[in-house]
Design a protein around this ligand. Structure first.
Ligand code: NAP
Ligand code: G4F
Length: 326
């Protein structure tokens, strides 16, 4: 029998790739959209398969429990992927209460709806390496056992969601798994995240459409993988025979400065001529270094990424060159 999945955040970066993957696997996929005043822009990441009969979209919001109940009643999903969030770390300092409501309490709303309507469904929670804050194990990696010490309102909200998922798993026997994913990117990444901002602005400079790129902290390091690889990990996590928590990462970390140098060199541009920093783009508290150990995921679930940092950045730069050359 074909399975049915519900994805919150289906029109986001990860939701769009996950929906494609699940449709390819024969799932019926339901997705929720929160109301937006410009409906055309909201679905651009999924427009290429919008007319697929196995894709069904409904208006609902993580802040509106009744809407979640309504959608679960009609979709009757076997699997639920909770990807919706206010996911931008710096903006979470500007909107801490909203971020806590959506990214934290929103998860609890969904779990309550699941408990009421479809307690046998398997739930994936989009947890984040941002939850570790600046805690690093002695060998330089973060892993499932690394203590969590978040340094942003977003990180605090994600820790709440992570903990309430574990609590509902243990208290009510629900199948709820956390994927603790390190940064993952793609041409579909919001262009206010650093990888896609650098790729987009460098392509514009190359084509003579811009002259400068202004960044915040370029010393921070991140473990960057490709979203297409990471949605496969989400699916594997829910196919496992028991609910559990898994880190997903590449194990390779680069600084923001290295990212800039790589992209500019690939376009034969001199970053020193174009790149500067501005205080307004720094965060009140910064997560300095991320590097994940995903041995558990590889050993138990057999996950392996296809993309490298370089092939991913090349794809993103090419996307923007094509976009601005049309
Ligand atoms: P994203 O592109 O920002 O997508 C977030 C999605 O959530 C969008 O579809 C957004 O809809 C939706 N959303 C926001 N508020 C909502 C609400 N109140 N009700 C319903 N939907 C709402 O994020 P992403 O990069 O795909 O990440 C997916 C998830 O993984 C997020 O939870 C993120 O925090 C987490 N995560 C991401 C990474 C990463 O590196 N990408 C790493 C670890 C964890 P609109 O676009 O219409 O606002
Ligand atoms: O691309 P970023 O905004 O990603 P960040 O803060 O690491 O968060 C992303 O990854 C998390 C997983 O660890 C997710 F949970 C979260 O939802 C999101 O997807 O920033 C990366 C680094 C930071 O150190 C930031 O300070 O880049 C630095 N940076 C320097 N200049 C910048 C900029 N970040 C942004 N967004 N814009 C800049 O101009």
């Amino acid at each position: 029998m074909n399975k049915t999945a519900l994805i919150t955040g289906i029109n986001g970066q990860d939701g769009s790739y996950l929906a494609e993957l699940l449709i390819e696997k024969g799932y019926t996929v339901w997705g929720i959209l929160k109301r937006n005043s410009v409906a055309e822009n909201q679905t651009y990441r999924i427009d290429q398969f919008r007319n697929n009969p196995n894709l069904k979209l409904e208006y609902a919001d993580l802040l509106d429990l009744a809407s979640l109940v309504r959608v679960l009643q009609i979709a009757k999903p076997n699997e639920i992927y909770n990807l919706a969030a206010q996911s931008h770390v710096r903006i979470s300092f500007d909107q801490p209460i909203y971020t806590s409501q959506v990214t934290g309490i929103g998860t609890l709303n969904l779990l309550e709806a699941v408990r009421l309507i479809c307690p046998n469904a398997r739930v994936y929670q989009a947890s984040s390496s941002e939850m570790f804050g600046n805690n690093i194990d002695e060998d330089g990696y973060q892993r499932e056992t690394t203590p969590m010490n978040p340094v942003s309102p977003y990180g605090c909200a994600k820790v709440f969601s992570y903990n309430i998922c574990r609590n509902y798993r243990n208290s009510y026997g629900l199948f709820i798994s956390n994927g603790i994913l390190f940064n993952h990117e793609s041409p579909r990444r919001g262009s206010n995240f650093v990888t896609n901002k650098v790729a987009k602005e460098a392509a514009k400079i190359k084509l003579g459409l811009s002259d400068k790129l202004v960044l915040g902290n370029t010393e921070a390091t991140r473990d960057w993988g490709h979203a297409k690889d990471y949605v496969k990990a989400m699916w594997l996590i829910l196919q496992h025979d028991q609910a559990d928590d898994f880190v997903c990462a590449t194990g390779i970390s680069h600084s923001v400065q290295y990212l800039v140098d790589y992209v500019f060199q690939s376009l034969n541009l001199d970053p020193q001529k174009h790149v500067s920093t501005a205080e307004r783009l720094f965060r009140p508290e910064e997560l300095k270094n991320l590097k994940g150990d995903c041995s558990k995921m590889k050993n138990i679930l057999g996950w392996e990424p296809v993309y490298t940092f370089e092939s991913m950045m090349d794809e993103m730069v090419q996307h923007w060159l094509d976009f601005y050359s049309k």
